[in-house]
Design a protein around this ligand. Structure first.
Ligand code: FAD
Ligand code: EPU
Length: 342
């Protein structure tokens, strides 16, 4: 993670603070290590809007940000309580997500190993209920603590208060830009049961010749899979999946299947089917598409990439082209997963 300014900076570059790496500025930029610093920084900046960033790995800036960007650097980890089966671990929102995973794997605490190598900070993990390889963070979140900006007070959310869904939560909806998540308490298993339900994990473990996997093996398998298909933002700008996988009525999926028998699909809630957006984009002929430095990744069509000096507007134009082509061909409208700013 890039080092961060402790004092307020004006007209500061955001290039090092977001994974698309576009050359944009914020009217104000500062880091904070405790929520009590927020009111002071907001008053000093006197700017029209506020955006909190962790690692900047799920945002796209389409132009200079006219407000104050605050980098959340609240650190710390402590075991708050434990029972026979669980460890309750409180983690500061500014901690790096993957380092947390490695720490838990090292301690033998299970529950987040399938989420290895997801970029970003702990504080953003409840935002879109991060998920990968058969796991979602909602299954281990016990409590989220946040600073409510309008009321200037701390609020605590239990798991059901967070209204988690697929890449969704109350923090991405009603409370967007109204709260600053300061810490998350995770409920981890002391006697972990490795989750190898996802086919790609089982294949990878087989390739690694692991027959009785523990959580460290699952973590290593997930890391290997991710490294083989997802671009590293240090080498090529991106924010992971740009769109959500669409969930459509099964009747709609069946009609499409009649036309495209090879189309993959997975049962979702009753009567609904999830279709991989990467397949739709590839089928629409856009895998590896490039317009200047903005494009669609060569190995994973769900990832929009910055090959060098693409602007946020250029990246957004490629995303819009993808939406149009997929809509024209399949009648499906792709919803953006990435947070578009301003
Ligand atoms: P940021 O980009 O900094 O912020 C994201 C949003 O959350 C913004 O709206 C921001 O304002 C808000 N926010 C951030 N911190 C706080 C806070 N403390 N309080 C309130 N609001 C806050 N995601 C997945 O779910 N699964 C994946 O498998 C996955 N793979 C990825 C692979 C790559 C290569 C990349 C680049 C991204 C991937 N992502 C994935 C997306 C991303 O890693 C996650 O969304 C991650 O949680 C973002 O964390 P961040 O700290 O970088 O968030
Ligand atoms: N596919 C293609 N072509 C492509 C890409 C994918 O045909 O170019 C098809 C294949 O059929 C493949 C299927 O899509 O089997 C699924 O692909 P993959 O396993 O790569 O997963 P995904 O659906 O594209 C989702 C998440 C990822 C997460 C992986 C693994 C969303 C929006 N994305 O991607 O999360 O890491 O599953 O669980 O749900 C993210 O949110 O940023 C992210 C990377």
């Amino acid at each position: 993670m890039a080092s961060f300014p402790t004092a307020l900076q004006r007209n500061a570059s955001l290039q090092a603070y977001h994974s698309f790496g576009c050359k944009v500025q914020a009217a104000g930029l500062a880091g904070f290590s405790g929520v009590e610093q927020i009111p002071e920084l907001v008053a000093e900046a006197a700017l029209p809007s506020l955006l909190v960033l962790g690692g900047g790995s799920n945002v796209l800036f389409t132009r200079n940000y006219p407000g104050l960007v605050l980098l959340n650097r609240i650190m710390g980890m402590r075991v708050e309580k434990e029972d026979e089966q669980h460890i309750y671990l409180r983690v500061g929102a500014g901690e790096n997500w993957h380092q947390l995973v490695l720490h838990c794997v090292d301690k033998g605490w299970g529950g987040i190993e399938n989420l290895s190598l997801i970029p970003g900070c702990v504080g953003a993990s409840p935002m879109q209920n991060i998920g990968a390889y058969g796991a979602e963070v909602k299954d281990v979140i016990d409590e989220v603590e946040a600073w409510h900006l309008p009321d200037q007070q701390v609020i605590r959310f239990n798991n059901s208060d967070c209204r988690f869904g697929y890449r969704n939560s109350i923090f991405k909806q009603e409370l967007k830009n109204l709260v600053v998540i300061s810490s998350v308490r995770f409920r981890l298993q002391k006697q972990p049961k490795p989750n190898t339900a996802y086919g790609a994990i089982r294949q990878q473990l087989e390739a690694m010749q692991v027959s009785r996997p523990g959580i460290a093996d699952v973590s290593r398998a997930v890391i290997a899979i991710r490294q083989s298909k997802l671009p590293d933002p240090k080498e090529i700008g991106n924010a992971g999946s740009f769109f959500k996988n669409p969930v459509v009525k099964t009747a709609v999926a069946d009609e499409l299947l009649a036309q495209f028998p090879e189309m993959p699909g997975y049962p979702d809630t009753a009567g609904y089917t999830k279709i991989p957006a990467g397949w739709l984009i590839e089928k629409a002929g856009l895998k590896g598409y490039r317009q200047g430095d903005a494009g669609v990744h060569q190995q994973q069509a769900l990832v929009i990439v910055n090959h060098g000096s693409a602007s946020g507007e250029e990246l957004l134009a490629v995303a819009q082209l993808v939406q149009k082509k997929v809509s024209d061909m399949f009648g499906i409208s792709l919803e953006k997963e990435v947070n578009i700013l301003p």
